[in-house]
Design a protein around this ligand. Structure first.
Ligand SMILES: C[S@@+](CC[C@H](N)C(=O)[O-])C[C@H]1O[C@@H](n2cnc3c(N)ncnc32)[C@H](O)[C@@H]1O
Length: 211
């Protein structure tokens, strides 16, 4: 097994994870140990799990507010498990359809003692939640235009999209004009996170959804 580097960007890691840093390192080690065999992560990702995946996911932690946050298509736990670690004051519902990934996520919730995280096996368009979400996150799931019908209906009136994107975020917004109107999303904007860090830069699409 290639050991992940867990020491990069110590100041940012400390600032965003604080006393939860060791839990995040434990999650990264678990992912390095089992992620490839479980088909969660490619072999090339192993050495850069910490910066490219775990700290990259942690970039959005400061954008979350106390309340209920849904993470759509959590896969290996990115960003859902990482955010659950970084923000114990927020409740998280991880929504993932694939059985093997759901089993992994539930194992990690138990192993890391994440009382604030629950996992639901479902496709986002079919999930039944007990309450509407305050915010919704997603990373590497689909283009904004396709992601809107999966995420916006799960939010309460005034709830917020926090969608992690790459360099094409602005173009994805332009391509989603029809869906933005249909789902009554206002104040759509991009926030660039991670500049100046070795953590991959992320563009986050933010927007408020009206019922
Ligand atoms: C490319 S992976 C990304 C996983 C993780 N978010 C990450 O950043 O590594 C996409 C994930 O979205 C899930 N997914 C695909 N369609 C979905 C849907 N309709 N609702 C919820 N999850 C979905 C897949 O099962 C998969 O785990």
């Amino acid at each position: 097994m290639t050991e992940p580097v867990l020491e990069a960007e110590p100041e940012f890691a400390e600032a965003v994870l604080g006393d939860r840093l060791d839990v995040a390192r434990q999650f990264t080690s678990n992912l390095a140990k089992y992620g490839e065999e479980l088909g969660l992560i490619g072999p090339l990702e192993l050495p850069r799990l910490w910066t490219r995946h775990v700290l990259n996911s942690a970039l959005v932690a400061p954008l979350l507010r106390p309340g209920v946050v849904g993470d759509i298509g959590s896969g290996a736990g990115l960003p859902g498990i990482v955010l659950g670690i970084a923000r114990p004051d927020v409740q998280f519902v991880l929504i993932e359809p694939m059985e093997r990934r759901v089993a992994w996520l539930n194992d990690q919730v138990r192993a890391l003692g994440l009382d604030n995280v629950s996992v639901v096996r479902a496709r986002a368009e079919e999930v039944l939640l007990t309450e509407p979400l305050d915010q919704v996150t997603a990373r590497a799931v689909s283009a904004f235009r396709k992601l809107l019908p999966l995420t916006a209906p799960l939010l309460r009136d005034g709830g917020e999209l926090v969608l992690m994107k790459g360099a094409n975020a602005e173009a994805e917004i332009a391509a989603a004009a029809k869906e933005i109107r249909r789902f009554k999303v206002s104040n759509v904007r991009v926030e660039v996170l991670g500049e100046g860090l070795t953590v991959d830069t992320t563009r986050v699409i933010l927007g408020t959804v009206r019922a």
